[in-house]
Ligand binder design. Structure first.
Ligand code: PLP
Length: 346
């Protein structure tokens, strides 16, 4: 396995940053509607929000074209990645995923006793689906696909992924993490949720943290076959960790198409700007279908991270295939300008 994230300078309390470009957050959220919903619902915080949670589940189920029994909610999709890992790997087994990819589920799977079968991405950083299918064996308990992928920002073709999921889910559950799918433009980026209607054993992970701008308000969900949801629900309770106010914020955000369109447009503009500046400065970058861009740097990783932080710019640094990479989230235009001017002087 080749991916390794360098420990950010801020282990412990994070530094005050003028440009927070290290966590792929939405710089424009929460939307006005979500803020209003939080404020108006706070007085009901003495109650458990069961009814409101079920109402939200109904709305999500309708959106995904499934029943409420196909949905499990969580305080962010991290919670569900962890729950799925704990339940699926409590008796060992292996997890198949790309390398590099988002490591949350792999880390928890390993921590409870699983082994990681890491399959290197292809030269264009898409998933090597053929190699991943070949890596599935009798001990495989889950395949994890993050599309678009983090930290690369790369996309795997939707049609090829659909065929892969169709076949492989006959043998083992396939988890498709679609945290950034709403931001993917200019490629075949269909959601794999349509496979649920065909009774395929897929698990779709979605979050309100990115396009809806609710990272700190914490709402996410998985959509899967009811039997899979029941299996997770036997050990852990979905939705129990979500605050009343968060449920209201998520409900308000779900229907807020204007906010999502605004986020998409501004994200596209920031991406265009950063591509232009990286071109001008002679950096190669991986074309991104997300709200972040990954590009190789020559400087020693920790030195770069510290130097950028000293200028008030938070980014992430990864070691991938013996190369140091900077991952910069797409923030506001002012933040991007500060990032570029800092990059030029470190
Ligand atoms: N999945 C991917 C691919 C992510 O990049 C992230 C966060 O950055 C998450 C899941 C978790 O997000 P949250 O727990 O906020 O839903």
């Amino acid at each position: 396995p080749s991916v390794r994230e360098l420990i950010p300078t801020h282990t412990g309390k994070p530094p005050v940053l003028a440009a927070r470009l290290n966590a792929n957050e939405n710089p424009y959220g929460p939307s006005d509607a979500a803020q209003k919903a939080v404020i108006e619902s706070v007085v009901r915080g003495n109650r458990y929000a069961w009814k409101e949670l079920f109402d939200l589940v109904d709305k999500i189920a309708a959106k995904e074209g499934v029943t409420a029994a196909h949905i499990m909610m969580g305080p962010g999709s991290s919670d569900l990645l962890e729950k799925v890992a704990m339940v699926c790997f409590k008796d060992g087994g292996n997890i198949v995923s790309a390398d590099p990819t988002y490591m949350s589920i792999v880390q928890v799977a390993k921590a409870v006793g699983a082994t990681w079968k890491a399959v290197p991405c292809k030269a264009d950083w898409s998933h090597d689906l053929k190699a991943m299918e070949a890596a599935v064996d009798g001990d495989t308990k889950l395949v994890y696909i993050c599309n678009p992928n983090n930290p690369t920002g790369a996309i795997t073709n939707g049609k090829e992924l659909y065929d892969f999921c169709s076949r492989v889910s006959e043998k083992v559950p396939v988890f498709i993490d679609e945290a950034y799918i709403e931001l993917a433009e200019g490629a075949d980026t269909q959601s794999m949720a349509s496979l649920l209607a065909q009774k395929k054993n897929v698990v779709i992970g979605r979050t309100f943290s990115k396009i809806m701008g609710l990272a700190g308000i914490r709402v996410g969900y998985i959509a899967a076959q009811p039997e899979f949801i029941e299996r997770i629900g036997k050990i852990t309770r979905g939705g129990m960790g979500i605050a009343y106010t968060s449920i209201y914020a998520a409900t308000a955000s779900l229907g807020d198409q204007n906010f999502q369109a605004m986020t998409k447009a501004k994200n596209a503009a920031a991406k265009k700007y950063i591509y232009g500046e990286l071109d001008r400065l002679g950096y190669r970058y991986i074309p991104s279908y997300t709200n972040f861009v990954l590009f190789p740097i020559q400087m020693q990783g920790k030195t770069f991270l510290d130097a950028m932080a000293a200028k008030g710019v938070g980014i992430r640094v990864f070691e991938i295939q013996q190369q140091t990479w900077c991952r910069v989230s797409l923030g506001t235009m002012d933040e991007m300008k500060l990032f570029v001017s800092s990059l030029q002087t470190v």
